[in-house]
Design a protein around this ligand. Structure first.
Ligand SMILES: N[C@@H](CCC(=O)N[C@@H](CS)C(=O)NCC(=O)O)C(=O)O
Length: 212
């Protein structure tokens, strides 16, 4: 039987991992479609009809035929539909959204780009890598200060803000960025990884398509 959701993505993709994490933490089983980026499957007319940006992730809500794109927007959709992880009040929902804009601006770009370069998917010269590593450090310092004396980014429990930010911080090591100088971030990572439903990318995003 088809699950309520189908996640289209690739195992290497941080944005795809965020969506898989949100579904797992919300307790929503999902079918998974592997999209072969090397073969250009994300640029086919069929895929572009689902995601006009020609990128993964894409999430299909099989209950209404909607195809969702942009990972942060998809997280908001999951929170809306499940009534989980979205924040308890309007103020919390707004704050969660602010974190999601922040992380893409300040942390995702440097970490994902350097990770991509180290994995051989893009070319960056040494000065550019050093610039990105510096930017990542500044963002992690900001995050560390924001987490001082609190367990989660927004309110009293985990929200999509934590998922969105974790989905970047998870890959810091791959980008050669050490988290040790940021003890509040390290403690938050440990809390996040202890959440019921938490799973590593390999468990959520197999290398081939899979039913729930
Ligand atoms: N802002 C987008 C970024 C998605 C993204 O960068 N996806 C990458 C894989 S991690 C991709 O599809 N790259 C192929 C392309 O852009 O053509 C999101 O959060 O969903």
């Amino acid at each position: 039987m088809t699950a309520r959701y189908t996640l289209h993505g690739i195992f290497l993709s941080g944005p795809t991992y965020k969506v898989g994490l949100a579904l797992a933490l919300a307790g929503e089983p999902f079918d998974y479609t592997h999209v072969n980026l090397r073969a250009g499957e994300h640029k086919t007319p069929e895929f572009m009809a689902m995601n006009r940006f020609g990128q993964v992730p894409c999430l299909t809500d099989n209950s209404n035929g909607r195809n969702l794109c942009q990972s942060a927007s998809i997280l908001e959709y999951i929170a809306d539909k499940t009534g989980k992880l979205g924040g308890a009040t309007l103020d919390e929902r707004v704050a969660a959204r602010e974190w999601m804009f922040w992380v893409w601006d300040k942390l995702a770009a440097p970490i994902y780009r350097v990770r991509g370069a180290k994995a051989g998917f893009r070319t960056l010269d040494d000065a550019t890598v050093a610039m990105y590593v510096g930017e990542a450090g500044a963002a992690l310092k900001f995050l560390d200060n924001a987490l001082a004396g609190r367990s989660w980014l927004v309110g009293e429990g985990p929200t999509i803000a934590d998922i969105d930010v974790y989905g970047v911080v998870h890959y810091a090591g791959d980008a050669g960025v050490d988290l040790a100088p940021y003890p509040n971030v390290v403690a938050w990572v440990e809390r996040f990884r202890a959440l019921p439903g938490f799973a590593e990318p390999a468990a959520l995003l197999p290398a081939e398509s899979k039913a729930a």
